[in-house]
Ligand binder design. Structure first.
Ligand SMILES: [Zn+2]
Length: 186
């Protein structure tokens, strides 16, 4: 990541809003922003291919739903460059392989660490699991509050945005879908 470019750019933004980038409180803000961006957009620099996140798989005869609920998620809305955050729920029914639960959380983290829209983030998580683990089905639900909504306009209380991506049996089988949604309390 080019922190010099980020710093120069953010100094311009400060000038653009009519602030003085050289006053005490703001002097180091551009470099703080650059450091923060390196962290919150880290997956842009992570050259390991995404398939490797789920590459450690275990053969297991288990044909019921596996659900990791309430995974904390924070990402950046690419339209307003403000964070959105909330919870992700990730479930799958194995084919004949399973992965460690931390790897599901890592998948969420990986796709969240770049400029995003919640819809695409949801889809990318579900599709990586579907593609690499070849389960019978995958269900992903995200519920997030978007800063770009809460700080603007009427400034009403934080509405929660829900997105979901269902693949395989989660899409084709109504019982599976209902089980998933009731397990996550929807
Ligand atoms: Zn936004």
């Amino acid at each position: 990541m080019d922190s010099k470019k980020i710093e120069d750019g953010f100094r311009l933004i400060l000038e653009g809003i009519g602030e003085n980038p050289n006053r005490d409180g703001l002097l180091k803000t551009p470099s703080r922003i650059a450091k923060m961006y390196a962290e919150v957009f880290s997956s842009l620099e992570d050259n390991s291919n995404e398939e490797s996140i789920l590459s450690t798989q275990f053969i297991e005869k288990y044909d019921e739903m596996i659900l990791l609920k309430d995974i904390p998620v924070t990402s950046f809305c690419e339209h307003h460059f403000l964070p959105f955050s909330g919870k992700a729920h990730v479930a799958y029914i194995p084919g004949n392989r399973i992965v460690g639960l931390s790897k599901l959380a890592r998948t969420v983290e990986f796709y969240a660490a770049r400029p995003q829209v919640q819809e695409r983030l949801t889809t990318q998580i579900a599709e990586l699991i579907y593609r690499t683990l070849e389960p019978r089905g995958v269900g992903v639900v995200l519920e997030c509050v978007h800063s770009c909504v809460t700080i603007r306009g009427v400034k009403k209380h934080a509405s929660v945005m829900f997105t979901s991506k269902l693949l395989g049996t989660f899409k084709s089988n109504a019982t599976t879908r209902t089980e998933f949604l009731s397990l996550i309390g929807k």
